[in-house]
Design a protein around this ligand. Structure first.
Ligand code: ADP
Ligand code: ASP
Ligand code: MG
Length: 406
């Protein structure tokens, strides 16, 4: 029998009515003769509330205990959904990440999946039971509960789809697909019916949080077809597919913005081999992901290095940089949180010169200063002041004629 993994995000299971609507949909899918594995997120803003609660209780928050706390959110929604399914005569059983056999490394709050055993899920399916799995969690090889980073339920869903050989993975959320920009920022944004993994990776990496980055990486590496749909309207959504040569390549598919990054600048650093290597090795050892890097032209043997890091890792990164200040010969370490990146993503950019020029002109026309730039073959990202990011997205969306016709 064919198998589909259906994942429901926080807003999709936010209250009793939403959980019942999800149960109706799962039962309906099951009646079409397909096997279903369900992955759920915590209800509504539960995870945000747990994060806040921990911050209110203590300044010292061991990762192991944070994960024990955070994993509670998904347990609530999975049990409730199973009850709603039982009422619909659709036999279902809930499984924590650990029970589902999602084995991770030991990096609390941002663990990586190492292996998906899934034996209990296969056994449940064989008995005609719908497994309902708690998203965003696993168990480390040292047998502690772990979480996969915010938005990690998407990754759980794709990892299960790959491990169980599902035909597709459907991600149900509160928008009807992937749009040309966050519809909350650009109400006239268009739904993209089909998009390549390459573009979706860039969108996810630059702030389009509709899919977690790791879930897209996983789907691409394991050839899992991904579909993003609405659990409110159930209309056809966006299909994310392998690149195919006759797919029409939009010059610009989406404009994204990301306010979760911060800038760290080391000034007056000695300009000699090994300096950057040392800084980046120490940051990597603390699992800090550096995104943009700018090193100025050396003036009289010294240079400035600016990097962007996740805002949550800024304090840690600053500590690392300060501890290396003497070794690197740096004058100062300056942290700046009031920044955001704005990016253009589009596979057609490769063959269309002038996209960068139009982007810069558009930002310049409203006096939006560009502080850092980074590019890939199908993306251009500019760092701007945080308070100008949404305006920049709206301007670029219009400049690249992405507004929907209505
Ligand atoms: P869930 O709880 O279902 O995982 P998320 O909040 O993680 O939902 O992701 C859905 C949200 O992603 C949407 O409400 C939307 O505001 C945001 N979003 C950002 N960029 C995009 C985009 N390009 N297309 C669609 N949604 C986007
Ligand atoms: N509940 C978790 C979060 O809010 C995981 C998820 O929803 O994907 O980040
Ligand atoms: Mg999400």
């Amino acid at each position: 029998m064919s198998l589909v993994v259906q994942k429901f995000g926080g807003t999709s299971v936010a209250d009793a009515d939403r959980i019942r609507a999800v149960a109706d949909h799962v039962a309906r899918t099951r009646r079409t003769g397909e096997d279903v594995v369900v992955v759920v997120s915590a209800m509504g803003k539960t995870t945000d509330e747990l994060v806040r609660l921990a911050e209110d209780v203590s300044r010292v928050r061991p990762g192991r205990e944070l994960d024990m706390l955070y994993t509670a959110g998904e347990r609530i929604s999975m049990a409730l959904l199973c009850m709603a399914l039982a009422e619909r005569a659709c036999p279902a059983a809930s499984f924590t990440g650990s029970q589902a056999g999602i084995i991770t490394d030991t990096l609390h709050t941002k663990a990586r999946i190492l292996e998906v055993k899934g034996d209990r899920l296969r056994a449940a399916l064989a008995e005609g039971i719908v497994p309902v799995v708690a998203g965003f969690q696993g168990v480390s090889f040292t047998r502690d509960v772990t979480t996969l980073g915010r938005g990690g339920s998407d990754t759980t869903a794709v990892a299960l789809a790959a491990a169980l050989g599902a035909q597709r993975c459907e991600i149900y959320t509160d928008v009807s697909g992937v749009f040309s920009a966050d519809p909350r920022v650009v109400p006239s944004a268009r739904k993209v019916p089909k998009i390549s993994f390459g573009e979706m990776l860039e969108i996810a990496a630059t702030g389009g949080r509709v899919l977690a980055l790791r879930s897209v990486e996983f789907a691409r590496n394991h050839h899992v077809p991904l579909i993003v749909r609405s659990s409110f309207t159930w209309e056809p959504g966006t299909t994310i597919t392998e690149e195919d040569s006759d797919m029409e390549q939009a010059v610009v598919s989406a404009i994204t913005h990301d306010i979760s990054q911060a800038k760290l600048t080391l000034t007056g650093v000695a300009d000699r081999p090994g300096i950057a290597a040392s800084l980046f090795r120490h940051l990597a050892d603390k699992a800090v992901n550096v995104d943009m890097i700018v090193q100025n032209v050396s003036r009289s043997g010294t240079t400035d290095i600016s990097i962007t890091v996740p805002r949550d890792d800024l304090a840690l990164s600053r500590e690392v940089a300060l501890s290396l200040k003497d070794e690197l010969g740096a004058d100062d370490v300056v942290a700046d949180e009031d920044v955001a990146t704005v990016s253009l993503v589009g596979a057609g950019m490769r063959t269309h010169p002038g996209v960068t020029a139009t982007m810069f002109e558009t930002l310049a026309s409203e006096n939006i200063n560009i502080e850092m730039i980074s590019t890939s073959p199908i993306r251009i990202s500019c760092m701007v002041r945080a308070e100008l990011a949404e305006r920049a997205v709206q301007l670029l969306h219009r400049a690249f004629e992405l507004d929907s016709p209505t």
